[in-house]
Each structure stands twice: as structure tokens, then as C-alpha cells.
Write a protein that binds this ligand. Structure first.
Ligand SMILES: *Cc1c(COP(=O)(O)O)cnc(C)c1O
Length: 386
């Protein structure tokens, strides 16, 4: 499919077909796992199909990268060994020592650690700002020095919403690039490039892969000069997705829209159940009209996603007990897979920010609502609430 054709066809068609034509030699409708490190040359420099060495490019990865570019409405996609490998490559490719980044004050913990312990040593310093407050993000920009405005929306675990269009305007006014970590929404629910972002990054470990069986990352851009730098750094730094991982991630991407609609259906039912339950003190979900980011989320997202956070009545002890008692919801970190997960951010994913401004309430529980039978999920929560 040509790029133009890709943009015109529906998301679901692109998720299934973009990036690959049935193999000319065999007719294989799904890209094979090209488990090869190198490629025979027809005479010195005579490459068949442009492949030379699998760090630089591999046909299974090429298929995934084409599909990622298409579903994010970008020009070029890049697949990495993990979300953090993708993030590190963005920073090295698009910034220089002495520059500065604004990052979410409730960034994914691994992202915060990367900026604070790795990129800072390299010479890129950072300031935190709340993504839901465009003025605060603007105020955190250091004129002439800020190169990246980096946001997540929705954020984790409080599901704060950033206005991508407004944040892009603020970043561009300052001569900076807007990077959006689109992991929580997935490309099905939100396309940041179409709203003015310059770079989209994903942990494809989550909704894109979708089956909790592979770790991966992705970057998508529209601008060809950014693409050229990312191409160089992807090869030069070498944190690429291997062909087996690329195969699994592409297999996941093909059903993203079907899974995501069910994640949203089930999450909406879970929210309705929790909202009506006196054992629950507060439900946090951008689909609720009372959520402070609801209007913005309704404008920029197709639906409100599969992540739900809530505070229990009864404090931390009760929150820990609920996490211990579920049987269908599995107690585990991570998110975005077919199976429902439950976790206690204060003691698990966000334990490292305890005692700082980023500390999360101790009675908070985070759910990654899966695609099991929803009545089973509601019964499990009902039982676990005691
Ligand atoms: C998991 C996650 C990452 C990191 O991705 P890995 O694949 O674990 O390296 C980055 N951002 C968000 C929002 C995540 O949830």
C-alpha cells in the first residue's frame, strides 16, 4: 500500500495490512520470522532488497515498523528492544549535551530514572511539570535550552490528561519538539502526530503487543529529517527489536482495535460498578465527567482506555487486602495485556517515589482491565472488596 492509500483506509485495515505485501516468492500472507543476521550479496555491495546486516534492518522488523508508522499516521516507524531503549534512542538522536527537557511530574518510573540517572550524566537535564497544566509546562521551559517537551497522556497511575494540541503549540513556540508517550492510550485511541506532536513513543510491551508475552518499544515520526537521525541512531546504538519479538508485536498489533474496544467496554462496566459501591472512596477514570481531564480526553481520544484507578474506603490496609484477594485479576506490575491485572502503586510500581512530591495515595489501587468475561471481573472485585 502507498502511504497515501494507508492514510485513507480505516485504522483496522491498516493495522492488519500495512507494512507488508504477501511474499513474492512463497505467497506467505504473514511476514516470516527472518532469523538471520546477514544477507548474501550479489557481488560486493549488491544488496537484494536493501538488507545487509540485521542490526541495520531485518524484514520482519521492517514489516512491524511500516505497520507502526501507518497506525500512528506517521511517515516512519522504528522498533526497539524495549520502551526504554526507544526513549534512550530518541534522546541521543534528537538532543545534545547542554540541552534541557521538560518531563511529566508523574512520569512512568522507568522514564524518570532514565532522565535522572542516565541522560543527566550525558548532559541533558530536566524539569518536572504536570502534563495537565499547559501553563506550568510552559513555565518549566528554559528558553533557548529546552529541546524536548516530553509528556504522557493519560499518566500513570492517576490518569491525568495532557492537551496534546496545546502542548505542541507551547513546545513549538519555544523551538522544542513535543514527544508523546502514547503507551496508555495506544494508537487506536489516540494519534498524537495528527494533533501536532513531533515524536510518538510506545512501550509496545503493553497494549500494542497486548498478550504479556514480549517486551518492545516503538518510535514514530512524520518529519523525514527526524527520521534520518533516528535511523542513524537506531543502527549506531543497536537497541533493536529482534525478529522473534518483532513478529509477536506485529501479531499483537493486528488485533489492537478489537482488544482495545473490549478493554474499554469492560473498563466502563468496572467504573460503573466501583462508582456505585460504598466500599470505594473515589474512582479515577478519564471517561468520568467529573475527571478534571475529561473534556480534553473526550476531544483527543476515541475512547477512554482500559486503565482504572480507585481509592478504597479503609486505607492502605484494605487496599493491600483487596490486592491479595482477587482471583481473576492477577497481582502483577505491567498493563495492557488480555488478562486483568491489579496492583498497589504505593508499594509496587511507585514505591521508588514514596516520600517525594510524586508519592501516590496509599489507599490507591490500579487496575489494567483485561478482556475476560466482564461479569467474572465484577464478581471478583465484589468478593475482593470484602
Ligand atoms: C512500561 C512503560 C514504559 C517502558 O517500557 P518498557 O517496554 O518496559 O521498557 C514507558 N512508558 C510507559 C507509559 C510505560 O507504561
Amino acid at each position: 500500500m502507498t502511504q497515501e492509500h494507508q492514510f485513507k483506509s480505516g485504522f483496522e485495515t491498516r493495522a492488519i495490512h500495512a507494512g507488508y505485501e504477501p511474499d513474492a516468492a512463497t505467497g506467505a500472507v504473514i511476514p516470516p520470522i527472518y532469523a538471520t543476521s546477514t544477507y548474501k550479496q550479489d557481488g560486493v555491495g549488491g544488496l537484494r532488497g536493501g538488507y545487509e546486516y540485521s542490526r541495520s534492518a531485518n524484514p520482519t522488523r521492517t514489516a512491524l515498523e511500516g505497520a507502526l508508522a501507518s497506525v500512528e499516521e506517521g511517515e516512519r516507524g522504528f522498533a526497539f528492544a524495549s520502551g526504554l531503549a526507544a526513549e534512550d534512542t530518541i534522546v541521543r538522536a534528537l538532543t545534545a549535551p547542554g540541552q534541557h527537557a521538560v518531563i511529566p511530574d508523574d512520569a512512568y518510573g522507568g522514564t524518570y530514572r532514565l532522565f535522572d540517572k542516565v541522560e543527566k550524566v550525558w548532559g541533558l537535564d530536566h524539569s518536572p511539570a504536570p502534563v495537565s497544566d499547559v501553563d506550568a509546562v510552559a513555565a518549566a521551559i528554559r528558553p533557548g535550552r529546552t529541546r524536548l517537551v516530553w509528556v504522557e497522556t493519560p499518566t500513570n497511575p492517576l490518569l491525568n490528561i495532557g492537551d496534546i494540541e496545546a502542548l505542541a503549540a507551547v513546545a513549538h513556540d519555544a523551538g522544542a519538539l513535543l514527544v508523546v508517550d502514547n503507551t496508555f492510550a495506544s494508537p487506536y485511541l489516540q494519534q498524537p502526530l495528527a494533533l501536532g506532536a513531533d515524536v510518538v513513543v510506545h512501550s509496545t510491551t503493553k497494549y500494542v503487543g497486548g498478550h504479556s508475552d514480549v517486551v518492545g518499544g516503538a518510535v514514530v515520526v512524520r518529519d523525514l529529517e527526524l527520521a534520518e537521525r533516528l535511523t542513524f541512531h537506531q543502527n549506531a546504538m543497536g537497541a533493536v527489536a529482534g525478529p522473534f519479538d518483532a513478529f509477536l508485536t506485529l501479531r499483537g498489533l493486528k488485533t489492537l482495535h478489537v482488544r482495545m474496544d473490549r478493554h474499554c467496554d469492560n473498563a466502563e462496566r468496572v467504573v460503573e460498578f466501583l462508582e456505585a459501591d460504598p466500599r470505594v472512596a473515589e474512582v479515577i477514570y478519564p471517561g468520568l465527567p467529573a475527571h478534571p481531564g475529561h473534556q480534553v480526553a473526550a476531544r483527543q481520544m476515541k475512547r477512554f482506555g482500559g486503565m482504572v484507578s480507585f481509592r478504597v474506603a479503609g486505607g492502605e490496609e484494605q487496599a493491600l487486602a483487596v490486592c491479595d484477594r482477587t482471583q481473576v485479576f492477577t497481582l502483577a506490575e505491567s498493563l495492557g495485556g488480555i488478562e486483568s491485572l491489579i496492583e498497589h502503586p504505593g508499594r509496587m510500581t511507585h514505591a521508588s517515589v514514596a516520600g517525594t512530591d510524586l508519592e501516590v495515595p496509599s489507599d490507591l489501587i490500579r487496575l489494567s482491565v483485561g478482556i475476560e468475561n466482564v461479569e467474572d471481573l465484577l464478581a471478583d472485585l465484589d468478593r475482593a472488596l470484602g
